[in-house]
Design a protein around this ligand. Structure first.
Ligand SMILES: [Zn+2]
Length: 159
């Protein structure tokens, strides 16, 4: 089985506990550019992952601070998936990925960096991206690049 090689993820997981407040609640209440928010809905919103597995890796989260997947309301579940779908539409237009990994990491053991505010990951994939990920590791934190990605995806967001 091939795996995306993303060593900075551990840094993120370790750092998540040190963040002063919930990053999703901060993003929900905060500035789009500062918090890398790409799109806001009624019950949920989309934001870029600050430590992406690949370019354009974004997350959707309910605006409400909810830890349990099963506690999401029908409205939240629907909009979370609609935003994931719309975001894939924006990614298709801007970066033309060849595939996606879409998923929930529920609980620390499952790889969740933030365990008390559920969120859905959308990771665009290209053939050979497992090979260029080590190269990306050298440029793991690029605020300008993230802002550029945020701006492009926000502009390409359908609807
Ligand atoms: Zn929260």
């Amino acid at each position: 089985m091939e795996r995306l090689w993303a060593p900075w993820r551990m840094e993120y997981i370790n750092a998540a506990d040190d963040e002063d407040g919930c990053i999703f609640c901060l993003a929900a209440a905060g500035d789009d550019a500062a918090r890398l928010v790409v799109h806001r809905g009624t019950h949920a919103f989309a934001l870029l992952n600050k430590f992406p597995y690949s370019s354009g890796h974004f997350m959707v989260a309910p605006i409400r601070h909810v830890a349990e997947y099963g506690e999401l309301s029908d409205d939240e579940v629907l909009e979370l998936h609609r935003l994931a779908s719309a975001g894939m539409g924006a990614l298709a237009e801007v970066y033309a990925p060849q595939g996606y990994n879409v998923g929930w990491n529920l609980g620390r053991i499952a790889g969740a960096g933030v365990v008390d505010h559920v969120h859905l990951h959308v990771v665009p994939r290209w053939a050979g991206d497992t090979n260029f990920m080590p190269v990306l590791a050298d440029v793991k934190v690029l605020p300008e690049a993230l802002q550029e990605t945020r701006r492009k995806l926000a502009a390409a967001w359908p609807g």
